[in-house]
Design a binder for this molecule. Sequence first.
Ligand code: DLL
Length: 432
Amino acid sequence: MIWDRKYECMEREEMEQLQLERLQSTLNRIFRNVSFYKKRFDLLKIFPEEIQSIKDLSQIPLTAKEDLRQSYPYGMFALPLREVVRIHSSSGVTGKPTVTGYTRNDLHHWSQLTARVLTAGGVTKDDVVQITFKYGLFTGAFGLHHGAELIGASVIPMSTGNTHKQVLIMQDYKTTALVSTPSYALLLSRYMGTEGIDPKTLSLRLGLFGGEPCPEPMRKEIEERLFISATDNYGVSEVMGPGVAAECEAKNGLHLYEDHFIPEIIDPLTLKALPPGAEGELVLTTLSKEAFPLVRYRTRDITSLDYSPCPCGRTLVRIKKVLGRSDDILIIKGVNVFPSQIEAILLEVEGVEPRYQIIADRFDGVDILEVKVEVNEGVFSDEIKILQNISAKIERKIREIIGVSAKVKLVAPESLQPPEGKAPKVIDRRKK
Ligand code: DLL
């Protein structure tokens, strides 16, 4: 099903015209109201009225997370606070948080966009939607909550944690759609396994996963364990939150909502634009946001654009599943280490969850790699010897497959999720 046929199935030419109009109005607004952009445009002699096509966008410099941090908290807002009705922010675990604001119109668009995400994933007004993202400054819960209400579904705002209660509510309230990170869905499914709860006795039929990568093997395992159909959805807090792109029933890439965002792919090293199909870093420009517009924002996420037709009927471009970030690549003693490699290893080891944190440090000039990994409920209370065997197994696999030595530290279930929302997957202390 399609929530908004007019925009999700628009002819390309018409879409590009709409994008250009919205882009010009966004550029005018930031030129007038955001000193960060005004200074940049003045310096480079860029005049918003000279941007006459989407292609001209490449003349405008990129915006990085660091720019937002330097404008902390409200420096990048394009409207006075009196027009802002909601504030969210990133957790700030890796530095100063970035703060985003929404006007009433922004919130209206946001709900529309997450309603598209949920509808694409199969949610209707007959569903009971359990949201297990943290309600708070993190955009995940509130974003999808309002979209689900707009559709008319019955929303259970569970928030994070307390797996036992999550399952209990799922059973008693007859939850049909689970909104979570894929790793939490996996944890839930494995918990049911150890507690002897048969997922077939639940009413669950859909999983809507986002906030972190969901590699195919992970999706497959969750679908098989929980007897559900799972779709992936993508978003970035600074850009909006959830509601930027989502899979449809074809599950072959995520449709990006081009009437609200212009995507570009750049080479993360040369910063040059790359053609459709080429893999590189996703850069997003917002087209409708009033309080916190962003132009050419570097997401750091690695993906590619696919303009080929989709059987679902949407004409929106698709981004390939995001499996990594350009800033997550760690070079340990000269070896490139990708978090997705560690994740693939963890998916194959019994007793642990693919919930982890990679910490790089340097002592006496030597790189040290530590990987914290959550064990699942089933083995948490097991003997030390069993836990030691598990960590030794992971260490061996990391050595054999990636070619670096790492110290693996097993931690309690659900302990890597900070109260604010998501934990960073990579912490590089060598940068300090
Ligand atoms: O994670 C917003 C969100 C919440 C999206 C809930 C979907 C569902 P941030 O905390 O700012 O915002 O994190 C954004 O998370 O740049 C990606 O690296 C990663 N990410 C988000 N969704 C996906 C996904 C929210 N579906 C960062 N696949 C992004 C892969 C994802 N990575």
